[in-house]
Design a protein around this ligand. Structure first.
Ligand SMILES: NC(=O)c1ccc[n+]([C@@H]2O[C@H](COP(=O)([O-])OP(=O)(O)OC[C@H]3O[C@@H](n4cnc5c(N)ncnc54)[C@H](OP(=O)(O)O)[C@@H]3O)[C@@H](O)[C@H]2O)c1
Length: 378
């Protein structure tokens, strides 16, 4: 009896010790075999994520190269205009002769066209890699299946669609831009505990943590947009001064150019600035005047699409936000809601059209994030 017990204990210890070598570490499936494709693609996603805020209007892409299940190279797209993930991964390989017997894991279909760099599909063909595993196809019409076709025509084994949903979510800005022909749209506002977003006697609604988070977002999205009244009343800088990273393009919808001769931050030439208006099209240093046919959200969004802007945050005020909500033209809503501040009057925040908020605690505020399940255009 004792020896049986000892044997069971010994076997359990051996199993637990060797499990990480060939069993899945997925906590939902302890005894499943390791899915190497998923493991390496997950690693490639982690690498791709490092390019967040740096690569737009290109997608974030990561690449891992494995030879006999050993990683021999990895890379990611680090900077817009710089080498793609596949190039960086191949450059990291010390023994290039191993590539002929290697599998390349890449989070997005390798490109097939000459852009700022030569086609990555050609590079993989040139090195004669054995197999390419791709998480999702590239919706950019310049690629859209052509990368896969090139690889297959060269006799390379190709597998597509592993962790596809993760890949689509990671590049939601790039995917939205190419499939819906508009930027990914985030509506953002701050509101008091009793639901107001501005009051003549109050300048600041949200607390320090929320401010830091907002400035971080400014380093991550292409452009931040405000309405005419917010430009004239608040005179915002719309930069990322409280975070490390790039400034976004700042943008106002000022159809009649009411702001033009005023001493506003928007005209201080400190960062790229667009004024969408109905009067003129010109460029004055960092300030660009872009003519739009009317003030409808559709026209605004079409103008931004033409400027290759892949993500925008609309930072208010209430009328501009409501026009996008009415048009169903948004993908996310992010609200900083004060836990303490009561304004007891002023301008009411927009009514929230969705009820599936994810809530995070930011000390004096709560962050509420809503996803639009039916964004326009469908
Ligand atoms: N709590 C917050 O998060 C927050 C954020 C931003 C602003 N604010 C506050 O909000 C107040 C301003 O809000 P607001 O609602 O009065 O003004 P707003 O939304 O900033 O600007 C509205 C004006 O923008 C122009 N516009 C251009 N395109 C538009 C469109 N598609 N839809 C609606 N308007 C468009 C219109 O001016 P024209 O008719 O002249 O063209 C309209 O009157 C300020 O007091 C500011 O401090 C609060």
């Amino acid at each position: 009896m004792t020896s049986l017990l000892l044997t069971i204990i010994l076997l359990t210890i051996i199993l637990l010790t060797i499990k990480p070598l060939f069993l899945n570490t997925n906590k939902n499936c302890y005894f499943c075999p390791i899915n190497f494709h998923q493991t390496y693609l997950q690693l490639a996603f982690n690498l791709a994520q490092k390019g967040f805020g740096m690569v737009s209007p290109n997608p974030m892409v990561g690449c891992v190269i494995a030879h006999n299940e050993n990683i021999i190279g990895e890379g990611y797209h680090q900077q817009y205009g710089g080498p793609h993930a596949e190039v960086n991964a191949i450059n990291a390989v010390t023994d290039l002769s191993l590539l002929r017997d290697s599998t390349v894991y890449v989070t997005l279909e390798p490109c097939s066209h000459y852009g700022k760099t030569p086609p990555c599909a050609n590079l993989l063909i040139q090195h004669g890699v054995k197999k390419v595993v791709i998480a999702c196809l590239d919706p950019n019409p310049l690629v859209a299946g052509k990368g896969v076709a090139l690889l297959k025509a060269a006799g390379i084994e190709v597998e597509v669609g592993i962790l596809e949903n993760e890949a689509l979510a990671m590049n939601k800005r790039f995917i939205t831009y190419h499939t819906r022909k508009r930027p990914y749209i985030i509506l953002k506002w701050a509101m008091s505990k009793d639901g107001y977003m501005s009051h003549p006697d109050t300048k600041q609604i949200s607390g320090h943590k929320a401010q830091l988070m907002l400035h971080q977002w400014r380093t991550q999205e292409d452009a931040f947009v405000i309405g005419t009244e917010t430009l004239l009343i608040d005179n915002p800088q719309l930069n990322s001064r409280l975070a490390i990273g790039k400034n976004p393009i700042r943008m106002a919808i000022d159809f009649d150019l009411k702001s033009q001769n005023l001493p506003l931050h928007f005209y201080d030439q400190s960062q790229k600035t667009y004024l969408l208006n109905g009067r003129k099209e010109s460029k004055e240093g960092e300030v660009e005047f872009l003519k739009i046919a009317n003030k409808n959200p559709d026209s605004i969004v079409e103008c931004l699409y033409q400027k290759s802007i892949q993500s925008i945050v609309i930072e208010g005020g209430q009328r501009l936000l409501n026009s996008f909500i009415s048009a169903g033209l948004y993908d996310e809503i992010r609200i900083f809601k004060s836990k303490q501040l009561i304004l007891n009057g002023g301008q009411l925040a927009p009514e929230i059209p969705e009820f599936n908020a994810a809530i995070s605690d930011l000390e004096t505020d709560e962050l509420l994030v809503y996803q639009n399940t039916k964004p326009n255009p469908a």
